[in-house]
Design a binder for this molecule. Sequence first.
Ligand SMILES: Cc1cc2nc3c(=O)[nH]c(=O)nc-3n(C[C@H](O)[C@H](O)[C@H](O)COP(=O)(O)OP(=O)(O)OC[C@H]3O[C@@H](n4cnc5c(N)ncnc54)[C@H](O)[C@@H]3O)c2cc1C
Length: 384
Amino acid sequence: MEQNFDICVIGGGIQGAGIAQAAALSGFSVALLEKSDWGAGTSSKSSKLIHGGLRYLQSFEIGLVRESLKERRTLLNIAEDIVKPNWFYLPIYKNSQHKPWQLSIGLTLYRILAGRKNLAGFKRLRRAQWSQLKGLNTANLQTVFAYQDAQTDDKTLTRRVALSAQTEGATLLCPATVISAEKTHRGYSVRLNIDGLEKTIYCRTLVNAAGPWINPVAETIQPAPPMVNVDLIQGTHLEFAEQLSDKCFYLEAQQDHRAIFVMPYKGGTLLGTTEKVFSGDADQVQPSAEEIEYLLEVIRYHFPHFNHKPSKAWAGLRVLPASDNSPFSRSREVQYAESDNYLAVYGGKLTGYRATAEVAIKKIIKSMNLEGRRKVKDSSKVEI
Ligand SMILES: Cc1cc2nc3c(=O)[nH]c(=O)nc-3n(C[C@H](O)[C@H](O)[C@H](O)COP(=O)(O)OP(=O)(O)OC[C@H]3O[C@@H](n4cnc5c(N)ncnc54)[C@H](O)[C@@H]3O)c2cc1C
């Protein structure tokens, strides 16, 4: 096995896979190191949406929404067999947080930010059409909007991006657990555990894309690299064997006005998500009884006839800026921590992985003093 690389990327989630792909495309020798399986972490526990994040307009994260909508369009082109458009129905009740006119403005802006040749805009259903919505509670219902976004299989997407990185020349190592890393005169030496055997590899730049494990991994690096102060936010989903609808619903939780998605999934239904500050070992995250009850209350309120028992419940962890604010209101922008030969990528969205990878590679090119000689190669035409 090769022992020296330009770049070692720790973490085979969507961000690590995306950075390895962009690095390989840009002509770097790169190793992608994953301790468990491609997409085994948060990248298989998401809501599986490739979306612009309509609700981020509320917090004026316009740049993030525009970028995500652009990425949605690209992913619909380069991964069309696993990124599929769908309609999302958004019911507004008398006690909903937003009024119909506010949603109208938000959806108009969403359509404008999407630009041309992207998914179609939105529509408002006539009252006579409400009966098409599979038993939706119509008591105090004021109106229903419908707009388009896309669904995917997050784990498959991540695996495909990792395999694309390999096709472009990256070395994929899995299972390979990073035990520690140490700065050398030229970069880093990285100690790995592969099938119980210890191995050391070397790189000029070390990228930490270990998702919820990012700071515990950073703590094994000598000398201590810069770290961002973050919270891990647990999000739970429920799966049902029964299918509620072939369309998606964007619901407002009656308990706290948070956004909850109900989506067709593997012939059944997926419902999520919650947001709860997590502490402890990221490998041990589990849905709590309160989260399950919270989600069941939301679906029972909106679809009283859908009183099935969930077949599965699982939880994933978001990396969000540490704050006293509610997780729902915290920024979803990616944060970076950098020092000589080291880059850590905190947070981000599944949808935006290509954009994040592009920023990461630009930073690496700059830190290696390769500006003008090396360029980030565009991956928007590389089918995955
Ligand atoms: C509940 C929830 C719903 C979401 N829904 C959406 C959505 O619908 N759409 C969207 O765009 N985004 C969504 N997101 C955000 C998105 O899923 C995440 O931002 C993204 O998956 C994070 O990817 P990552 O690569 O940073 O982390 P991860 O996927 O967690 O990858 C990190 C990897 O590092 C590996 N690792 C850890 N330690 C080591 C080590 N020592 N050595 C080697 N490997 C190691 C882990 O095994 C893991 O595979 C959601 C997030 C959550 C939590």
